[in-house]
Design a protein around this ligand. Structure first.
Ligand SMILES: Cc1ncc(COP(=O)(O)O)c(C=O)c1O
Length: 410
């Protein structure tokens, strides 16, 4: 049995069958590359689903983990550690929000955010002010609260009833939003760019309407930036790219470079609704995760990685658009920076499998969208390598008429 077969066989016998893994096991990584147990090298456009923004084994992250692991990993939230307040301060400075709460994952950050919004809403409008408005096609996580806010049937099916009545509105439907938000709304919850939903951006008009309606009805405007935040759009926060400020923002994925950590940040008006004992976590905000979080933010700044995201993200966008102009199986390019999607007319999983064989990691969401969430270290030459492989896999080129149509619509 190969090493991969041994690993897969053991999992098959002892794990819940929740994951449909690709046939590869990785042993190590360096920068934008991963290596399997046979030493085969893979170019990584997935970054652990948006987590490894600094690639793999970044020397400063390795050093911070080593040093902190030898000093203190965990103490619980009964006591102070020297990094939690510092990371909260830095995130507040970068976001313009006032206070933070640290969790262990994105889903938990969403749970905390909605709990906080409800407390503030009850304070403002009594017990009936409890209903969230969320978007069709959204994704916010797998626990009951986050799943109840997720506007995709496939994630909720089999687990009903959901926790509460959430009203779902189509993305960018301002009229639908106006009809849905009322005095009983506690929060408007949305991802500025849908991630799992297929890399779909909210329009600035829609986000502005959300801001206005939230203000009118004293509801919290909650942005889930778990996938699109912390640099992926070329700004530290995606809302800074769209020019609309939320009341609460959730973050996770890259914040501690692979050490589990999530957070929600809130304006004082909302943060002041919570008191000691109303929310908490054993692990969240530990000294190891928070120290690595500070190092993550420092590295992004020191290495000017947001500039890189904008420059190389622009190159990626342009290269993907050229594919759309030329290849029959492609439809459109969505997103910006290092959160982009190439929409295909055919199922994308075979492309991911063939990419794997060719030594490039692609990802698929919504069956037909090839999703790119690469490390912020990615260079133009890496994009070109990925595009070269994609060209081979896409095969059939467009005829003249179809090429003109694709060019006109891009
Ligand atoms: C937008 C968004 N919200 C929430 C989550 C849930 O985060 P986690 O898987 O860390 O619990 C994800 C994860 O992909 C996400 O993309």
């Amino acid at each position: 049995m190969s090493r991969l077969e041994q690993i897969a066989d053991l999992e098959k016998r002892f794990l819940l069958p929740t994951y449909n893994r690709y046939p590869v096991a990785f042993e190590r990584g360096r920068g934008v590359f991963l290596y399997d147990f046979d030493g085969k090298k893979y170019l990584d456009f997935v970054a652990g689903l948006g987590v490894n923004a600094l690639g793999h084994a970044h020397p400063r992250i390795v050093k911070a983990i080593r040093e902190q692991a030898a000093k203190l990993v965990h103490i619980s939230n009964l006591y102070y550690n020297e990094y939690q307040g510092r990371l909260a301060e830095r995130l507040c400075q970068l976001s313009g929000l006032d206070r933070a709460f640290f969790s262990n994952s994105g889903t938990e950050a969403m749970e905390g955010a909605i709990k906080l919004a409800r407390l503030a809403a009850h304070r403002a409008g009594g017990a009936a002010k409890s209903q969230p408005v969320a978007l069709q096609g959204s994704y916010h996580g797998r626990t009951f609260g986050a799943m109840s806010l997720t506007g995709q049937e496939k994630y909720r099916k089999g687990f009903e009833p959901m926790l509460e009545e959430v009203t779902f509105v189509p993305q960018n439907d301002v009229e639908g939003l106006r009809a849905a938000v009322n005095a009983n709304t506690c929060a408007i919850v949305l991802e500025p760019i849908f991630g799992e939903g297929g890399i779909l951006e909210c329009s600035e008009d829609f986000l502005r309407a959300c801001r206005t309606l939230a203000d009118q009805h004293q509801a919290a405007l909650i942005f889930d930036e778990i996938q699109c935040g912390l640099g992926r759009t070329g700004k530290f926060f995606a809302f800074q790219s769209f020019g609309v400020m939320p009341d609460i923002v959730t973050i996770a994925k890259p914040i501690a470079a692979g050490v589990p950590l999530g957070a929600f940040l809130a304006k004082e008006h909302f943060a002041s609704a919570i008191s000691p004992g109303q929310h908490g976590t054993t692990f969240g905000g530990g000294p190891l995760a928070c120290r690595v979080g500070l190092e993550y933010l420092a590295i992004v700044e020191d290495e000017k990685l947001l500039d890189n995201v904008i420059r190389v993200g622009g190159h990626l966008h342009q290269q993907l658009q050229e594919l759309v102009a030329k290849y029959a199986a492609t439809r459109e390019v969505r997103g910006r920076g290092f959160i982009q999607g190439l929409v295909l007319d055919v199922p994308a999983r075979p492309f991911v499998e063939q990419g794997l064989a060719a030594g490039v990691l692609f990802n698929v969401t919504q069956d037909t969208v090839l999703r790119f969430l690469p490390p912020f270290l990615l260079q133009e030459k890496h994009v070109d390598k990925g595009i070269k492989v994609l060209k081979k896999l896409l095969g059939k080129k467009r005829g003249k008429a179809s090429r003109a149509m694709a060019e006109a619509s891009s």
